[in-house]
Design a binder for this molecule. Structure first.
Ligand code: ADP
Ligand code: MG
Length: 654
């Protein structure tokens, strides 16, 4: 005699307790089922048939009594081993079909094989052949709502057979079907029984039950009759022996599935669910999209303006220093930088060029026209030190400078405003503060203005001429110095400082500044601004994360039954965890990618309106990684909640 596959001894199941009255639904069930049997359990509604089936299928645990599967006490199995039994030993067929609504027929049938780690090709082929065998070859791509009840039930039978289905547990499989479809399903079960599957059929219909070899009647949670209490003749060779199943359980439950296939499958399922709920998903993802986009754009704008400042520094000549005497205060007299100081600083090896400046607004007349212009006394270093060449005529010479010659170089706007249109102006005489100066050259147009002063409204004359003839003042207002090496501006500054203190009896009665310092200070304020904007972006990422958590909690609630179905077909807790975590990560990845695309298009828009942006790959990758981490962190709680659901409660939830 073969060992029983299933052996129940005095099984009891009590519902209720804490806050509801206790109901004993199963009251001492004892029965054994052997390989090769076709058993019908019949009883009226509410007699405890489904409760019994959930216990048999290891979806639920009894309150008391023992259940041995192939001689092994089920109470001692852990959650993974129970999942193995559901996956490899049992195949469930439910009254309500219990297909996953978002998957096609083919995908529903394949599901148990995914959890068993069967390679994709083998899986596809087997599912297709099962569906064909059940007459559904044309319907493999249809989703459950596109199938009739009979077709859905056949899909669920194919699913039960996917991993072998040694023991088919069918709970009212024909309950929701018309008589024709019901007859088809029954014929199918007959056929499976004849092929050696153990069939446990649950029904309230005696006529249906009569098709089985053995009929067990149950009433109010107790067995009242059993047509085949004595074991059938020794099981034939084609019947899977109980101890073989048991050996496979001992080996198989600890076997890891093919994680790659499972991961791919959970990502695909995640994508499917997201696509089905795309509008809701899109709204919820706005937080992440905005967060990622703003982080990327902020950083790009910050980087862009920094680079622009650097470029400006290079164009301006970041080697330029300014020296001027301190203004008088109540305690001290004004510091004066003299031409002798200029002479001495010019001798320093670190100094390439030096130019004293004296100047002011003066009335300038040509013929009947007269107007105020800035007139500056400079030396011949002007063009090089300010990077400002003459485009017509020539600059005044060293000789002009020594003689104090009354010659002038004028800006573009001066020529426009004062001289006759079309005249070059070279050789003409201007009356500057009543002193006639001859125009010798025209400056290139700068086209830029600082404050209210247009830099092209400017006249340059020799320093000596300006000092003597125009301003009656010997000492320069300030001095412009070009350091020989732009990478050693600080060193140059120190050398000038040292020399000036020596010459001024150790007093620091002068100021020494440079453009680079000013520009860098400006860059620093911009940096702190983008840091602040970055913080705002981080907050929107947080809001996005909460959005992901919210949508995941909603998903878990809506799909509780799906989770139950997955568990009934053999998903382990970690499979469910992976499934929902993949969905959260997929969600936030899609949000992250959308955010990056949005950021790039905003960047392109900004470039069109001439705002400097510079996208840095590390910033983009960083923002994307933040989005993914957000998904993992905020998706974990809902995913764990899903994984810890009780299979029966999940299955019977609405
Ligand atoms: P059947 O499938 O034979 O119609 P069930 O096994 O579904 O019967 O239910 C048997 C009895 O157990 C019913 O009276 C039902 O109300 C009760 N029952 C089933 N599930 C629960 C539960 N989770 N909590 C409390 N009572 C339950
Ligand atoms: Mg029932």
């Amino acid at each position: 005699m073969s060992q029983p596959l299933i052996e129940l001894r005095d099984i009891r199941k009590v519902y209720g307790g804490v806050d509801s009255p206790t109901v004993e639904v199963l009251r001492g069930i004892s029965l054994s089922i052997h390989p090769g049997e076709f058993v019908a359990i019949v009883g009226s509604s509410g007699s405890g048939k489904s409760t019994l089936m959930n216990l048999l299928g290891c979806l639920d645990r009894p309150t008391s009594g023992t259940y041995h599967f192939a001689g092994k006490p089920v109470a001692e199995l852990d959650v993974d081993e129970l999942a193995w039994l559901r996956r490899e030993a049992f195949g469930f067929v439910f009254q309500g079909y219990h297909l996953i609504p978002s998957g096609s027929a083919q995908e529903n049938v394949e599901m148990p094989a995914i959890y068993a780690g069967i390679p994709a090709e083998q899986r596809h082929a087997r599912a297709a052949s099962l569906l064909q065998r059940l007459g559904l070859a044309e319907r493999t791509g249809n989703r459950p709502h596109q199938l009739s009840g009979g077709q859905q039930q056949r899909v669920s039978i194919a699913r039960a057979l996917m991993n072998g289905g040694h023991i088919i547990l069918a709970d009212e499989p024909t309950g929701a079907l018309d008589s024709h479809s019901g007859a088809e399903v029954m014929a199918l079960l007959d056929e499976l029984a004849s092929q050696g599957h153990v069939i446990i059929l649950i029904t309230h219909d005696r006529e249906v039950a009569a098709r089985a070899q053995r009929v067990i009647e149950i009433r109010d949670g107790q067995i009242v009759s059993d047509s085949g209490a004595e074991p059938p003749p020794a099981a034939s060779a084609e019947h899977l022996q109980a101890n073989e199943l048991r050996q496979r359980l001992d080996r198989g439950a600890t076997l890891r599935g093919a994680w790659k296939g499972e991961l791919l499958e959970s990502l695909r399922a995640a994508w499917r669910v997201m696509w089905i709920n795309r509008f809701r998903t899109a709204l919820t993802l706005l937080g992440i999209v905005i967060g990622v986009a703003s982080v990327v754009v902020m950083l790009a704008v910050g980087e862009g303006s920094k680079r622009q400042v650097m470029a400006q520094m290079a164009a301006f000549g970041s080697n330029i220093l300014y020296l001027n005497g301190k203004h008088a205060t109540l305690r001290e007299t004004a510091g004066i930088v003299t031409l002798d100081d200029v002479e001495a600083i010019g001798q320093l090896p670190q100094v390439q060029r030096i130019m004293p400046v004296i100047g002011g607004e003066l009335s300038v007349r040509y013929g009947n026209n007269h107007q105020q212009f800035y007139v500056g006394g400079n030396n011949t270093q002007f063009a090089q030190i300010l990077n400002w060449p003459v485009v017509e005529g020539s600059f005044f010479s060293e000789a002009d400078e020594r003689r104090g010659a009354a010659v002038a170089v004028i800006g573009q706007k001066v020529r426009e405003k004062l001289l006759a249109p079309g005249s070059s102006g070279i050789g003409e005489y201007l009356l500057i503060g009543n002193v006639p100066f001859q125009v010798v050259g025209i400056l290139a147009g700068k086209g830029a203005s600082s404050g209210d002063q247009d830099s092209d409204e400017r006249i340059v004359v020799p320093y000596s001429a300006a000092a003597i003839r125009l301003f009656a003042k010997h000492d320069p207002e300030y001095v412009i110095i070009a350091a020989a090496d732009s990478s050693r501006v600080a060193e140059t500054e120190a050398a000038i400082d040292h020399l000036m203190r020596q010459r001024h009896q150790g007093k620091k009665d002068f100021d020494l500044t440079n453009d680079a310092a000013l520009i860098q200070a400006e860059a620093r304020t911009q940096n702190s601004l983008s840091l602040m904007l970055g913080a705002i972006a981080a907050i929107s990422l947080l809001v996005g994360g909460i959005g992901v958590m919210n949508i995941m909690l909603m998903t878990v609630r809506e799909r509780t039954r799906e989770i139950g179905i997955r568990m009934a077909t053999g998903a382990r807790q970690r499979d469910i965890l992976r499934q929902f975590l993949s969905e959260a990560v997929m969600l936030s990845m899609v949000g992250g990618i959308t955010g990056i695309v949005l950021a790039l298009s905003i960047g392109a828009g900004l470039l069109l309106v001439d705002i400097a942006v510079a996208f840095a790959l590390p910033a983009i990758l960083g923002a994307f990684a933040c989005a993914v981490v957000t998904g993992v962190v905020f998706g974990f709680m809902p995913a764990r909640k899903a994984a810890r659901l009780d299979p029966v409660k999940a299955l019977t939830s609405e």
